[in-house]
Each structure stands twice: as structure tokens, then as C-alpha cells.
Ligand binder design. Structure first.
Ligand code: FAD
Length: 462
């Protein structure tokens, strides 16, 4: 492996580098790094890989490491990034003696433990470095540049325009830009102790942040704003892993959710917990999604997604207990509404009762940024016909391997990975799904490069 960090000058015609397959990954968050790992491990031809991201850091993922010590909402047992070793993350953690002894003292089994984004990021980065070391036939170039556009190259293949104005040719390009370029400064005003703080966001990260403010005595009271009014449910020891029902899943949205509710009620009565049923349902959600009509998918986005998210992205049980104790004692107040404006002294909230001003000395915004499909990069791929938007307008239309399918059977070598495909594939923002997708994409790429004619069987999503 050759690792280059300086700008790469195009190799002269006929050199070894020129004969290599040229692949770009745009974004070095979890999806981008994972994509690189899958190519290094499974794409067995020599290749030249360029990884773009304006952030000079290379770690295990922007979203998860950005939140540093924020707890991840998946258990250790569900975070392996090696599809052939189910407990790879657990084994990696067990090599850390300090972590192991802390865990032994807490009495919580390693499998069921929850770790911070920082720890997970360290694991991903180590696996990336190991995969790099194994490949002496691969050139990897790290570019600290944003990608502004991807177009069709008039000579064939694709052309990437980076922030420094350079155009570079590639045979295939993987977009892995997740939630966009990170803008910090999500925290406004005072950083000492305050009476009233506001945390915006109804997800795991927001709850974690609110509880930390109280635990560190940085705020006496926290208002937690959830746009949908839902907060994450709890993991449970009883409902671990997927529980598959032997009954077939109905093909309509209404039927599927009735089925889910009944199966979950039965599991609750039997004491096995609805969470296992939900995990099993998620494994079948892709098939259900494919069979839904456009109208049903839109209904899902409008009415069902917030409640689905609050049941799939769950809190560690200890967090759930602390959250509900804090709500019961009045230390946390939950508000449902849409944030219209954030100022240094509070938030303007639109609720069903009208506009409301919530004063606060400190406001922390923990919302996940929506994908900016109007950014120049996305505009370029849509206008050049390399990709199209999904029908829910959440991102790029993809098949299950992440190929940007322009119309049935037409693919130009552009992939949109991980959360970019959320409008086509439910749950593709989760670690296990991203791992599956990047390995599927690596085998697809091999077939694509050997058979560059744009004919293939579309998988999923159509
Ligand atoms: C706090 C948190 C906790 C989570 N916990 C879990 C969990 O426990 N279990 C689970 O399964 N999933 C979890 N997830 C979800 C999952 O980890 C994320 O979906 C995943 O990390 C997304 O990674 P990404 O690389 O696609 O996006 P990001 O991490 O957002 O990375 C995108 C990268 O692309 C770069 N970029 C953007 N635009 C450009 C451009 N034009 N040119 C070049 N580079 C660009 C950005 O700078 C960034 O580095 C969590 C997510 C968060 C935020």
C-alpha cells in the first residue's frame, strides 16, 4: 500500500498507476471509511483510491466521533464491522485492559454494554489501518478537499471537481457524505452553570446531552424539544437480538404495523419484550418497503417515521430510567414543536397552540442535519443525469448495493452510500446496514469494472 497525502498529479499514460482502476470515496465519515475497508478487503484487483473530505482528520466517523463521549445506542454485540466475525468489536474491546476491568466492576456483560462514539471510532480506525497495511497493490491518497461536483467524463467514466479547482478522472465514485460538512457551533451562549438550558432534538444524542447537563450540575432545568413529540424508547435485557415471527409479513403499511403491534403485545405478555420483535421487523423492513406503493411510502414519512425511529433507536436502560426520573421530578420538561429560531437567550418555538418563546441561558442543538440535496455536489449529479432523487426527496435513489440507479438497468458508476439512500432503503443509516451495503457494493464494483457496459439487474428499491 502507498499512502499519499500530498495532492496527486495525474500519472503519465502507460504508467502502472494509470492502468489501475481509479476509485474515489467522497466523505471520510463512518460510511466512507467503512467503504474503504470493504474495498481493501474484498476488491481483489489492484486499484488507486482517492478519499476526499475537507476535514484533515481520519478517524472512525464524523457523526459518531463528533459527539465524542456520547453513548452509542447499539450494544457492543451489534457493532461488529467485520461481517465474518460477529463479535469482532467485543474482541477488540477485550484487548483493552482498562476497559475490561471497568466493565467487570460494573457487573454488565461486555456483549450488552454501551460504549461512546469515541471508543467505536478508535475501533473503526484501527481496522482501517490494518486493512491498508494488508494491501501492497493499492495506492491510497487522502485529499483534504471538499468535492464540488461529479460529472460524466467526456472520455468515459466520471470526473470529480474538488474544492481546489482540480478535475480528476475516476472509473467509479462513492458518495459517502452522510449529513454534509459539519458546522460546529451547535451550542449557543453561556458555558458555566445556568438555571435553564434547552436541548433541541428528540433522539438518543439529545437525551444523553440533557442528562449530562443535569449530572454535571451545569443546568438546574432542561427543556428537551422534540419535533415529533416522541423520545427514544428503552433497550431491554429481555428483548435482545431479532425475534422472527413465523407468520408472513403483510404487504401493506397498515397491515405491517398491525402485525408489528400484535407481535409486540404478545412478546410483552410473554415477558420477552417488544424490542426483539422490532429488531426482527427491521430485518424484513427492506422487503416490505419494496412492495409499498409510492403513496404508502409518503404516508410512512409523514406519519409513521418519528414513532418508528423512537422504537428502533433506543436508549440504554440506565439512560431511559434517568430520563423518566428527571421528567417525573421536573428537572427535564419535554416540549413538542418546531424550532423557528435560535437566539442567544432562547428559542422561538412553533407549537399546536401557536408561537412560543422559551427563554434559556444556554441552547444546545442536537438535531441531525437533513441531507442537503441542494448543495452543489448533489445538484451536479442530478443535472448531469448520473443520479436521481428518491421519491421521498430524502436523498439519492439507490438500490441495495448503493448504486445510483437512474432508470431501470442504467447505472453510470456512481454510488450513494449509507444515509444518502434513506429515501430508498429504510435503516441504511445504521452500522450493521452500512456494513452490509459497503461489502455488497465492493462485489458490484468488481463486476462493473470487468463489464463496464451499463447493463445490470437492478437489486431492491425499484
Ligand atoms: C450521535 C450518533 C450516534 C449514533 N449511534 C449509532 C449506533 O449506536 N448504532 C448505529 O447503528 N448507528 C448509530 N448512528 C448512526 C450511524 O453511525 C451514522 O448513520 C453514520 O455514522 C453516518 O456516517 P456517514 O459517514 O454516512 O456520515 P458522517 O459521519 O456525517 O460523515 C460524512 C463525511 O462526509 C464529509 N463530506 C460532506 N460533504 C462533503 C463533500 N462535498 N466533499 C467531501 N467530503 C464531504 C463530511 O465532512 C463528513 O466527514 C449514530 C449516529 C450519531 C450521529
Amino acid at each position: 500500500m502507498t499512502l499519499q497525502t500530498a495532492p496527486f498529479s495525474r500519472p503519465s499514460h502507460g504508467s502502472r498507476a494509470d492502468s489501475l482502476a481509479r476509485v474515489a470515496i467522497v466523505g471520510r465519515g463512518f460510511t466512507g471509511i467503512m467503504n474503504a475497508i470493504a474495498l481493501l478487503k474484498d476488491f481483489d484487483l489492484p486499484f488507486h483510491l482517492v478519499m476526499y473530505d475537507p476535514s484533515p482528520r481520519i478517524n472512525g466517523g464524523e457523526s459518531v466521533s463528533r459527539s465524542g463521549k456520547t453513548v452509542l445506542n447499539s450494544r457492543v454485540r451489534d457493532l461488529s464491522i467485520d461481517p465474518t466475525v460477529r463479535m469482532d468489536f467485543k474482541h477488540w474491546l477485550e484487548t483493552d485492559e482498562e476497559w475490561r476491568s471497568r466493565q467487570e466492576n460494573s457487573g454488565e456483560g461486555v456483549d450488552h454494554a454501551f460504549v461512546s462514539g469515541e471508543i467505536f471510532s478508535g475501533y473503526v480506525y484501527q481496522r482501517f489501518s490494518e486493512a491498508l497495511r494488508q494491501r501492497t497493490d493499492v495506492i491510497v491518497q487522502i485529499r483534504a478537499e471538499a468535492v464540488i461536483a461529479v460529472d460524466a467524463d467526456p472520455r468515459g467514466g466520471l470526473q470529480v471537481l474538488s474544492g481546489d479547482g482540480e478535475r480528476t478522472h475516476f472509473d467509479a465514485v462513492f458518495l459517502a457524505t452522510g449529513y454534509g460538512v459539519s458546522e460546529r457551533g451547535e451550542e449557543l451562549a453561556a458555558s458555566g452553570r445556568v438555571e435553564d438550558a434547552i436541548v433541541i432534538g428528540g433522539g438518543v444524542q439529545a437525551v444523553d446531552r440533557a442528562l449530562k447537563l443535569l449530572a454535571a450540575d451545569e443546568a438546574s432545568h432542561v427543556t428537551l424539544i422534540s419535533a415529533s413529540g416522541f423520545l427514544p424508547q428503552s433497550h431491554t435485557r429481555a428483548g435482545v437480538g431479532p425475534v422472527a415471527s413465523d407468520k408472513p409479513l403483510p404487504g401493506t403499511l397498515r397491515g405491517a404495523f398491525r402485525f408489528l403491534r400484535e407481535a409486540a403485545n404478545t412478546a410483552e405478555l410473554e415477558g420477552t419484550g417488544w424490542q426483539g420483535i422490532m429488531n426482527g421487523f427491521r430485518l424484513r423492513a427492506g422487503d416490505l418497503w419494496k412492495g409499498l406503493s409510492s403513496e404508502e411510502r409518503r404516508r410512512f414519512k409523514r406519519h409513521v417515521k418519528p414513532i418508528y425511529d423512537s422504537h428502533r433507536n433506543r436508549l440504554p436502560p440506565s439512560h431511559y430510567k434517568r430520563l423518566h426520573e428527571a421528567i417525573a421530578t421536573g428537572a427535564i420538561t419535554m416540549k413538542k414543536g418546531k424550532v423557528e429560531r435560535i437566539a442567544t437567550n432562547g428559542v422561538l418555538l412553533s407549537t399546536s397552540a401557536g408561537l412560543q418563546v422559551l427563554p434559556a441561558e444556554r441552547t444546545i442543538d442536537c438535531r441531525i442535519r437533513p441531507i442537503d440535496v441542494d448543495a452543489p455536489l448533489f445538484r451536479s449529479v442530478f443535472t448531469s443525469g448520473l443520479a436521481r432523487r428518491d421519491e421521498l426527496e430524502l436523498g439519492v435513489f439507490v438500490d441495495s448495493c448503493g448504486r445510483a440507479v437512474v432508470e431501470p438497468g442504467v447505472f453510470h458508476g456512481l454510488f450513494a452510500m449509507g444515509p444518502l439512500g434513506l429515501g430508498s432503503l429504510p435503516d441504511i443509516d445504521q452500522v450493521p446496514e452500512i456494513v452490509r451495503q459497503v461489502y455488497a457494493a465492493a462485489s458490484t464494483l468488481r463486476a462493473w469494472l470487468h463489464q463496464p457496459a451499463p447493463s445490470f439487474e437492478p437489486v431492491g428499491a425499484e
